[in-house]
Design a protein around this ligand. Structure first.
Ligand code: RIB
Length: 292
């Protein structure tokens, strides 16, 4: 079981030919909204990859739509609270190359409380469970502290990257997941090379450049599958969710890496974050058709 303490966002997605420069006004080509949030994206990727995931978070009074999408994907929602204010949201511009820029408004994601964390952790007994978190909710320090006190292994997606938020958590992290930019920022902040980051397991996703998983500093490399990207929003979340689902159900790291690489390759070929996440059968078919 993976307990994911994560954000739930409504993503407002604007397609543009190119990103605007400072002070410029651009007319967009299209507008759509999708379910997103790094937390929700990762929960859905876990569930669709065959993992068992319980999401802990909060939505606002406008959150029914988001909850029904999470529920339909197979995510357990007993510990999602209903806050007074609005659900978190993101304003996302996606250009013709599929690259994005994202602004996030935390909203209900910043209303987690200590009791909610404790109830969720105490409600999951037995061995071998994981806690997953990102930087889009409040109480990240408390989540990690309580998770370790209850004997969980902790996976941390340090995104969006904020050095003073990430650094104090690292000593209690079993698996750290970062993209290339976050990895660089972290190494700069800690003044160490990647291999010397003080975490036992490190996943680095590099988009079209592939991914690497470091176990005690030793790297397993995974090249990216070549696909035509439409929208890369949520690709890293899909990779991490699929990887964790596979790894925590007993697969070797190299097998989990290849599986996750296929999941994120498929995800970027269609628009939206969660709507684009493939399910297990689609990922398996892709791997059969395109062996490494
Ligand atoms: O990682 C992509 C996600 O970042 C989007 O879905 C958006 O909601 C922001 O949280």
């Amino acid at each position: 079981m993976i307990l994911n303490f994560g954000s739930i966002n409504i993503d407002h997605v604007y397609r543009v030919a190119r990103m605007p420069t400072a002070g410029e006004t651009l007319t967009v080509k299209s507008y759509e909204h999708f379910l997103g949030g790094k937390g929700a994206n990762q929960s859905i990727a876990i569930a669709k990859s065959g993992g068992t995931v319980r999401h802990i978070g909060a939505v606002g009074q406008d959150g029914d739509w988001a909850l029904s999408k999470l529920n339909a994907a197979g995510v357990t929602l007993d510990n999602v609270a209903r806050a007074q204010g609005p659900t978190g949201h993101a304003v996302i511009t996606v250009d013709d190359e599929g690259e994005n820029q994202i602004l996030i408004y935390g909203g209900a994601n910043h209303t987690l409380n200590l009791m909610q964390i404790e109830v969720a952790l105490k409600g999951c007994t037995g061995l071998g469970h994981w806690v997953l978190l990102q930087n889009e909710t409040n109480l990240t320090t408390e989540i990690v502290r309580q998770a370790k006190a209850h004997g969980f292994r902790v996976a941390y997606s340090a995104a969006p990257f904020v050095a003073h938020q990430a650094l104090p958590l690292l000593e209690n992290i079993d698996l750290l997941a970062v993209n290339a930019l976050e990895a660089e920022a972290l190494c700069t902040a800690m003044r160490v090379p990647l291999e010397a980051l003080p975490v036992p397991n490190l996943l680095v996703t590099r988009g079209a450049e592939g991914a690497a998983y470091y176990v005690e500093g030793e790297a397993i490399e995974q090249p990216a599958f070549r696909v035509e990207p439409v929208d890369t929003t949520g690709a890293g979340d899909t990779f991490l969710g699929a990887f964790l689902a596979h790894l925590t159900t007993g697969n070797e790291a190299d097998v989990a890496l290849q599986f996750a690489s296929a999941a994120s390759a498929l995800q970027i070929t269609r628009p939206g974050a969660t709507d684009a996440i493939p399910d297990l059968s689609e990922i398996e078919r892709f791997l059969e058709e395109r062996p490494a």
